[in-house]
Design a binder for this molecule. Sequence first.
Ligand SMILES: [Zn+2]
Length: 279
Amino acid sequence: MTQPVKWPDGARCAIMMTFDLDGESPWIHRDPALAERPLHMSMGAYGPKTGMPRILELLDRYGIKTCFFIPGWIVERYPALCEDIVRRGHEVGHHGYLHEKPFFMKDREEEEELLVKSLEIFEKILGAKPLGARAPSADPSRHTMDLLKKHGFVYHSNALDTDLPYCHETPHGPLVEFPTAWCNNDAPFFLFSSVPPVGNGIWSQEDVWEIWSEEFEGMYAEGGFFNWLGHPQVVGRPSRMRMVERLIQRIVGKKDVWWPRPVDLARFWLTQHPSGAAP
Ligand SMILES: [Zn+2]
């Protein structure tokens, strides 16, 4: 099969493995009363408190710089952790203020107000400007892409329609899309709560290894783009992290993969497709 994209240095496949650092925010957004329930707050807090040190150490060990998509509320709640993410050379990306889904907002003004509010928090607490965004619960609105481009974003990552990146054409110019897939996301397999019932049970990491490693191998064989995403409160368990490390070893063992920060991948894509046209 002809390789569909020419990645830098003759690489066969580009890699993106990012994390949504949700913490307690999805529970509170789901029902503000849950902010008073220790069960739910502790489930969310596992990500920032316990999963994150494991994840940051793993990424450092393999020299991987990536993006953490973080709700503004989490930046306010865990400033030292977020500063540490930036200090280690990772990007911080937009992920709502309190995990609000743009699709359900009443209008463009409400969505822009929350976007600006979060950007101000990143600037004030971290001195950082997010250049990438992922809509909470993968649910952007018809205004999302244009608002992101208007506010200086380079890329977004939620769509499910292609394997390769492409550009959204917005009135403010092209915005790179890094498409994802439910099967390359930890939540459908491992996110679980008995109160309230959430999730699809707790899967064996070996079954999920089979899916993720074969998704990578397939993308590598085609010469494409592998985009995986995890949530520290879900994938940060020891059994899952051991499997993720095996996945990282499988990927870096190929030698001819390109694994830049997502923003560098997006900028490369724009140089290759300045009009936003698909390859
Ligand atoms: Zn999220």
